[in-house]
Design a protein around this ligand. Structure first.
Ligand code: FES
Length: 168
């Protein structure tokens, strides 16, 4: 009788242990399946060091499949509430797609010119000529020391976004 009970207990413990291990393995597998791939995580954020930028020469980076213009302004360029000010230097950050029909404007003589229909944006990203209905769009970003992280919504981004909304 006692042997029969021990045998049943042993089978019960074995079944329970197998179920627990199976459950843990399943949960681990589900977590791995649900978590975004590292490449997806990395693709959502782009860090750009502002220090090496030369005034008057915009840099274009790719962020979430779109071009983003980052311009360090020269002293002669207009100051705008849209400027990101870092250590007394002024920067414009803008999605590099024309707000008319989405062509990529080119930087020529201190203006972004759109070859598709002649639209122009000044050094602050404001539309100044042609059919574009609004300034170049602002990507979300945060500022960490001298580096911007595209894809994060930081204090500086919110301040500029609030200004842009007030202009509509
Ligand atoms: S797409 Fe740029 S002006 Fe039309």
């Amino acid at each position: 009788m006692s042997n029969e009970k021990n045998r049943r207990d042993f089978l019960g413990y074995t079944f329970a242990a197998t179920a627990v291990v199976g459950g843990v393995v399943s949960l681990f597998g589900m977590k791995r399946a649900w978590d975004p791939l590292p490449s997806v995580l990395a693709g959502g954020f782009t860090s750009v060091d502002l220090k090496p930028l030369k005034a008057g020469q915009p840099k274009t980076v790719k962020w979430r499949g779109k071009p983003v213009f980052i311009l360090k302004k020269t002293a002669q360029m207009e100051q705008s509430p849209r400027d990101l000010v870092v250590n007394n230097e002024r920067f414009i950050i803008a999605i590099g797609l024309c707000t008319h029909l989405g062509c990529i404007p080119a930087w020529k003589k201190n203006v972004w010119k759109c070859a598709c229909h002649g639209g122009e944006f000044n050094s602050s990203g404001k539309q100044t000529f042609g059919p574009p209905p609004r300034p170049l769009d602002l990507p979300t970003f945060s500022l960490k020391n001298n580096t911007i992280v595209l894809g994060e919504s930081g204090e500086e981004y919110q301040k500029i976004a609030t200004y842009l909304v007030s202009q509509v």
